[in-house]
Design a protein around this ligand. Sequence first.
Ligand SMILES: Cc1ncc(COP(=O)(O)O)c(C=O)c1O
Length: 397
Amino acid sequence: MLSWEPDLRTASIQREVPREPLCERAWVEVDLSALAYNIRQLKSLLAPKTALMAVVKADAYGHGAVTVAETVLQHGATWLGVATIPEGIALREAGIEAPILVLGATYSPEQIRAIAHWQLQATLGSPKQALVFSETLSDMSQPQPLPVHIKLDTGMSRLGTPWQQAIAFVQLVERLPHLKIASIYSHLATADSPDPTIMRLQQERFEAAIAQLQATGIALPRLHLANSAATLTDANLHYDLVRVGLAMYGLYPAPHLQTVVDLKPALQVKARVTQVKTIQPGTGVSYSHKFVADREMTIAVVGIGYADGVPRNLSNQLTGLIRGRRVRQLGAVTMDQLMVDVTDIPHLEAGEVVTLLGQDGRDRITADDWATTLGTISWEILCGFKHRLPRVAVGQS
Ligand SMILES: Cc1ncc(COP(=O)(O)O)c(C=O)c1O
């Protein structure tokens, strides 16, 4: 048995074990100290009246929603944002009591009953949806009105009522029984762009809608507009609450925002070497032999692949870190395994750890590095790690 192999008669699957879980070939490490640090850094940008909503949809961008929610609520976040009802229910089932806003659309009576039952809060994006909510709730014995959040479309062209129709929409919801407007919000389409023109246009539209509502004498609820990029860009975009995802996980939405505040990436992806071998010149590596050795080389097989979330399109372009040194990945990334060139790493043995994303020694590979190579965004990289990789919490919560 290799030294790192577990005794399968006694090994149990643990969700949270210390650094380098012995029985795993690959895992995602989530640094709770980094999450706490990022929340404190982001809070330092906010006025005392501005609340921080931690956006923990998509399993907290791949970091593990319950652990992330518990950690960030301890460090100053007071709201949670999810995309779907099951995401909200999972948090409630874990005993989390903070207000949870479902940012996505909910339409059916079953969904509305679940929202009420689990004390979630809903986004209302259209008059029709508001009517279904009110009708469904009138059939239930809800003691309190359901808090709902009015979504205005100011230029994202996604969920929401067009900003020009804000007054009619808000007046309708105000008149409907069983509903209480908890906030009015909108979402920015270009906050990560160095060119602020469209963001400012969206803000002007939001402000115009709010001013018109104020003129009708409606008492304004909580207002919010900012995602991570807007939170980092300008305090005038913060209003009463900011909805922060990416920055809380320690990544910057755009290079020009990197100097605003220091953030630490919370997620690392690690895997183990499972075999080391020498190959001769002319030997092909992996499917389709997209890499052929031009000299004698030592290669290591690593226990992670595209079924874990390492994009196959990174084949032959990926690097890893072993003992703080860069190693080049060779040939096609396969479903569960990939190969790296370890010719320059002496006496490497099965069981050693390869960092695919994260820090080892002084070197670091980031989700932005992968995103740049792939022509995508770091959000997609983070959300891409599959549940086959256990999430292992490290650092102090
Ligand atoms: C409505 C809404 N608000 C806030 C966020 C958080 O965005 P970011 O990760 O850029 O902070 C998202 C994420 O997509 C969102 O959909």
